[in-house]
Design a protein around this ligand. Structure first.
Ligand code: DGL
Length: 277
């Protein structure tokens, strides 16, 4: 049985990347309490199977609920693509039907029709996110007139994780994926950064894009969507504490997380190492 008293919002990612989403959520809703959990010991999730991503994500969500979270945001696109639906349908009703687990794909997809004029959009993501077809399926359901082309960019996460995102070495991989995406569909006018790490590559991505193509980084839209969700669900809002407090948990070394997190958040953070398996 999870703690029943009001508690924080949990933010989960396979590692550091979700900090780009967390940062925007916290700026949009600074009063709330948060627990950020990065499964750094088992990152990356991108190349892993459905079954493994589901199992790891389930363990993380359970941990965040045990820590008192009333709702959890899967800030990871790969986890949102491969585990969210199963957790919502299979696990949540048995755990506690009052709690919520939300992902980042739906709030992103909702914007597509408004942003794209040509109705041709490109999705950049990990191999797992693109091969799951989650973006294409969600867009097809909501906006069947939009043509979606996905491009898996397996080298981009390692570039960011290794702090090489601004280096000339990153140019090669970013250029290659962007050129390939636009060769497959030259009518694309909107590109979604469908991975938490890619906002750190945004300047490089822009430098290889022809003028007029929009880039969508998810953080602020996920944050706005969460704010709107809580406005529409006062019963959940009442279950959330607001002391402007934040905890950071990682399954790997706390020192390493703290060091890299400061690159993502531009400030030092205090971190606790935990185990979830
Ligand atoms: N957080 C993941 C995502 O947004 C990228 C890192 C990983 O592969 O685990 O897809």
């Amino acid at each position: 049985m999870f703690p029943q008293t009001p508690g924080p919002i949990g933010i989960f990612d396979s590692g550091y990347g979700g900090l780009t989403i967390f940062d925007k959520i916290r700026k949009t809703m600074p009063d709330y309490d948060y627990i950020y959990l990065g499964d750094n010991a088992r990152t990356p999730y991108g190349p892993r199977s459905f079954e493994v991503v589901y199992r790891f994500t389930r363990q993380a969500v359970e941990k965040l609920f045990n820590e008192g979270c009333q709702m959890v945001i899967l800030a990871c696109n790969t986890a949102s693509a491969k585990a969210l639906r199963t957790i919502q349908q299979r696990d949540l009703p048995g755990w506690d039907p009052q709690r919520r687990v939300l992902g980042v794909i739906r709030p992103t997809v909702e914007l597509m029709d408004r942003l794209s004029i040509s109705k041709h959009v490109g999705i950049l993501g990990t191999t797992g996110t693109i091969s799951s077809g989650s973006y294409s399926m969600e867009i097809e359901k909501m906006f069947p007139h939009i043509k979606v082309t996905g491009e898996a960019c397996p080298m981009w996460v390692p570039l960011v994780e290794n702090n090489e995102f601004a280096s000339p070495g990153a140019d090669y991989f970013v250029k290659r994926n962007i050129e390939h995406l636009l060769a497959v569909d030259p009518k694309i006018d909107t590109i979604v950064l469908g991975c938490t790490h890619y906002p750190l590559l945004i300047d490089k991505i822009k430098s290889f894009l022809p003028a007029g193509i929009k880039i969508l980084a998810q953080g602020e839209y996920v944050a706005a969507s969460l704010k709107d969700y809580l406005y529409r669900h006062p019963e959940m809002n009442a279950r959330l504490t607001r002391n402007n407090h934040c905890r950071f948990l990682t399954t790997e070394s706390a020192e390493k997380f703290s060091e890299t997190a400061s690159v993502f958040l531009s400030r030092p953070v205090e971190v606790e190492q935990i185990s979830i398996d």
